[in-house]
Design a protein around this ligand. Structure first.
Ligand code: ADP
Length: 501
C-alpha cells in the first residue's frame, strides 16, 4: 500500500509520542504511587505511635487486663482507636509481651470483619521479637478477606520510680490493602488528564511540524511535474529553514535551469538551422527563376549559375556539418583510436587545401618540434578538427597573409597550434565562438561560413577528453588543441598506423 509521506511521517511521530507519553506516564504513576503509600504508612505509624504512647504511659499491663473496669485511660484508648478506625478505616490491636491481645475499636469497627484479622501466633511471635529490638514494621499480609496492610510498633512503659523504660508489647494497626490503594486511585485520573493534554499538544505540534517538513517536498513535486509538462520556468522554493531541504531545492533549481537552458538552445538551434537554410535556398530559387523566365540576361547567366553552384555548395556544407554535429552529439560515432603521426596528418591537410591557400597567396609555415609527433586519437576526427581550423585561418586571413602550424610535446601531451595573422577575434566574441551558429564580426564573415566548424571541433576534442582553446584573437588568431602522446614508437617514415585506410 502506498501512503503519502505526510501520513507516514505523522504515523511514525505519533507512535513515538504515544510510546514516550505512555512510558513517562507509567514511570510517574509508579513513582507517585510509591510515595503515596509511603506517606500513608508514615501516617499509620504516627497513629500507632500515639496508641503506643497512650498504652505505655497511661496503662500498665494489669489495667489492660482489667478490661471491664471504668478507666479514663481506657476511655482515651477507645477514643483513639475509634478515631483511627473512622479516619483511616484501620483496626488497632494491642498485644502484651505475655501474648495477650486487646482490640480497641468503636462499635462500627466491630462490624467490619475484614479488618479483624489477627495474625497467626507464629507471626505475632516474630513481630514481637523484632519489635522488642525496637524495629518498626510495615508489612502486607493476606487474610481470608483479602490483603491487609499492617504497621507494628513496640509500646513501652516508663517506670515513674526508676525512669527506666520497658517494652511492654506491640501495637498493630492493620487496614485492608485496598484502603491504601484507594489513596492512589485518583492518581490515575489526575495523571491521565495531564497525559492527555500533553498528548494533544504533541499531536498538534507533530501535525504542524510534519506539514512543515513535507510542504517543500510537495512544492518540489509540483515543480517537477510542471517541468515534465514542459514548463521550464517552474522552480522550487529555496526559503526553507532546513539546510538539507534548501540545498535539495537549490540542486533541483539548478537542474531546472539547465533544462531551461537546453530547451532554449534547442529552440535557438532550430531557428538557426531554418535561417541558415533559408538564405541559400532563397537565392538559388530567385536566380533559377530569373534564368528560367528570362529576367537574367543571356550574358549574365553563367555568373548567376555559378552563384547557384556556390550556394548549393554552401547548403551541402551546412547539411554535412549538421549531420556531423548531430551524430557526434548522439554518441553515434565511437572513437576509432589509433596511433599516428600528427605532423604527417597536418602535411596531408595542407596538401588537400593547397588550391585555396595558393589562391590567396598565403604563406604556410609548419613549425614542428620533432620530425614525427606520434599521438593516440581518432585520426579521421582529428583531421576534421585540423581542417576546420585551417579553413578558418584561410577564410579569415587576407591575401598574402601567413599561417603557422606548430606541434610540441610536453610530458604526455602534444600541443598543436594554428596561428594566422588575419582579422582576429574581438574579446567580446571570444567566449562565444565555440557556440553553434555563432559568427563573430558579422561584417567580415558574412556569407563565409556556417558557424558550426568550431562547435564540431569542440565536441570532437571533448570526446577525446582533450581541449581546444583560442589562445589569442589579437593581430590574427591562434587556436590550440591538445592530444594524447602515443606510447608507440612509429616507424621512421611511416606516416601512421592506418595509412591508406
Ligand atoms: P564558420 O563556419 O562561420 O567559420 P566557425 O564555428 O568555424 O564557423 O567559427 C565561428 C566564428 O569564429 C566565425 O564565424 C568567425 O567569426 C570566428 N573565427 C573562427 N576562426 C577564425 C579565425 N581564424 N580568424 C578570425 N575569426 C575566426
Amino acid at each position: 500500500m502506498k501512503h503519502r509521506l505526510f501520513t507516514q511521517l505523522l504515523c511514525v511521530f505519533l507512535a513515538v509520542i504515544l510510546l514516550s507519553v505512555g512510558v513517562s506516564y507509567s514511570l510517574i504513576y509508579f513513582h507517585m504511587r510509591a510515595s503515596r503509600i509511603e506517606a500513608r504508612v508514615e501516617t499509620l505509624k504516627s497513629q500507632a505511635n500515639d496508641v503506643a504512647w497512650l498504652a505505655g504511659n497511661l496503662l500498665q499491663e494489669e489495667s489492660l487486663l482489667r478490661f471491664g473496669s471504668d478507666s479514663v485511660l481506657r476511655e482515651a484508648l477507645y477514643q483513639k482507636t475509634g478515631q483511627i478506625y473512622s479516619q483511616y478505616n484501620a483496626f488497632t490491636v494491642i498485644m502484651t509481651r505475655s501474648g495477650r491481645l486487646y482490640s480497641y475499636y468503636s462499635e462500627s469497627a466491630l462490624q467490619d470483619e475484614s479488618l479483624q484479622h489477627i495474625p497467626s501466633a507464629e507471626e505475632l511471635a516474630g513481630y514481637m521479637t523484632r519489635a522488642l529490638q525496637g524495629e518498626e514494621i510495615a508489612v502486607q499480609t493476606s487474610s481470608s478477606s483479602g490483603p491487609l496492610f499492617t504497621v507494628i510498633l513496640p509500646w513501652t512503659h516508663v517506670s515513674v520510680r526508676t525512669g527506666s523504660s520497658t517494652v511492654m508489647g506491640i501495637v498493630m494497626i492493620q487496614t485492608a490493602a485496598q484502603n491504601i490503594r484507594a489513596t492512589y486511585s485518583d492518581l490515575i485520573w489526575q495523571l491521565g488528564i495531564g497525559a492527555l493534554c500533553v498528548l494533544m499538544a504533541a499531536v498538534a505540534l507533530t501535525f504542524f511540524l510534519t506539514r512543515r517538513l513535507t510542504k517543500p517536498l510537495t512544492a518540489m513535486e509540483q515543480a517537477a511535474s510542471a517541468l515534465a509538462q514542459g514548463d521550464f520556468t517552474a522552480r522550487a522554493p529555496e526559503d526553507n529553514t532546513s539546510r538539507e531541504i534548501r540545498s535539495l531545492a537549490a540542486a533541483f533549481n539548478r537542474m531546472a535551469g539547465q533544462l531551461d537552458g537546453m530547451e532554449q538552445s534547442r529552440r535557438d538551434f532550430v531557428a538557426n538551422v531554418s535561417h541558415e537554410l533559408r538564405s541559400p535556398v532563397t537565392s538559388i530559387q530567385g536566380f533559377a527563376q530569373g534564368i528560367l523566365d528570362g529576367t537574367v540576361k543571356e550574358e549574365d547567366r553563367a555568373k548567376y549559375l555559378s552563384v547557384i553552384v556556390d550556394e548549393t555548395h554552401r547548403l551541402s556544407r551546412l547539411i554535412a556539418n549538421l549531420l556531423n554535429l548531430s551524430r557526434m552529439e548522439n554518441d553515434q560515432v565511437a572513437l576509432a583510436l589509433s596511433d599516428f603521426d600528427v605532423n604527417e596528418l597536418v602535411r596531408r591537410v595542407l596538401i588537400a587545401r593547397i588550391s585555396a591557400i595558393e589562391e590567396k597567396n598565403l604563406e604556410i609555415e609548419p613549425d614542428f618540434e620533432a620530425e614525427t609527433c606520434p599521438v593516440r586519437a581518432d585520426r579521421e576526427q582529428i583531421q576534421q578538427v585540423i581542417l576546420n581550423l585551417l579553413d578558418n585561418a584561410v577564410k579569415y586571413t587576407p591575401e598574402g597573409g601567413k599561417i603557422r602550424i606548430t606541434t610540441v610535446t610536453r610530458g604526455d601531451t602534444v600541443y598543436l597550434t594554428v596561428r594566422d595573422n588575419g582579422i582576429g577575434i574581438l574579446p567580446e566574441d571570444a567566449e562565444h565562438i565555440f557556440d553553434r551558429f555563432y559568427k563573430a564580426d558579422k561584417a567580415h564573415t558574412v556569407g563565409k561560413g556556417t558557424g558550426l566548424g568550431l562547435a564540431i571541433c569542440k565536441i570532437i576534442m571533448e570526446k577525446h577528453g582533450q581541449s581546444i582553446r583560442l589562445v589569442s584573437g589579437q593581430g590574427g588568431c591562434e587556436f590550440e588543441i591538445t592530444l594524447k602522446k602515443s606510447e608507440l614508437r612509429l616507424p621512421e617514415k611511416a606516416a601512421d598506423s592506418s595509412e591508406e585506410a
